[in-house]
Design a protein around this ligand. Sequence first.
Ligand SMILES: [Fe+2]
Ligand SMILES: [Fe+2]
Length: 197
Amino acid sequence: MFCCGRWGWRDLFTLTTGTDNQRAAVRGWLAGLDAVQPDIADRIITAWVTTWASSVWPELDDVPFSASAPGYPLARHVNEVTRAGQVLMPRAAEDWGATLDPEIMLPILILHDVDKPLLSDPRGKTSLAKRMPHGVVGAMLLRDLGFDQRIVETVATHATDAPFHGDTAEAHVLHYADLFAADHALRAQGLVPFYRR
Ligand SMILES: [Fe+2]
Ligand SMILES: [Fe+2]
């Protein structure tokens, strides 16, 4: 029998579909859900409800973009990334001839930071953030929920400090949508954006 000791998977998150209110809160917040198939949208909502319900944050709006920019809501960042990615997708198609499947690209954009509610608390980084890299925890959750391997791999390797990044058009689009939005969050907090480092 599998078991879950101190460091078992239960220590990371507990899969849950959540309450109707939690699902409505996530559905009402996330941009881009109407652009994917209903079953994919449902699984995206379950992924976010799972990390929210497994975190210490009572409200999604309280989760910060990062421990170093605590005044900028993660919820705002995620939607900025999704919308920037939606602008870049047709450009990549026209200018590069890249065929980006929206059923792959949109979940990547919407879910890239799904593990962040687990990685911070009101005092800063959680103990999990000191044991597992950002992106990898989210990828484990997305694999558990049966998301496409391209989504799992791109989320796992998207962080700026990941040891490598995927060599795909999807990873390329996510990177620039994410950095475009992240630099706005940093500038809005009076912090040095990545492009000025
Ligand atoms: Fe990220
Ligand atoms: Fe991000």
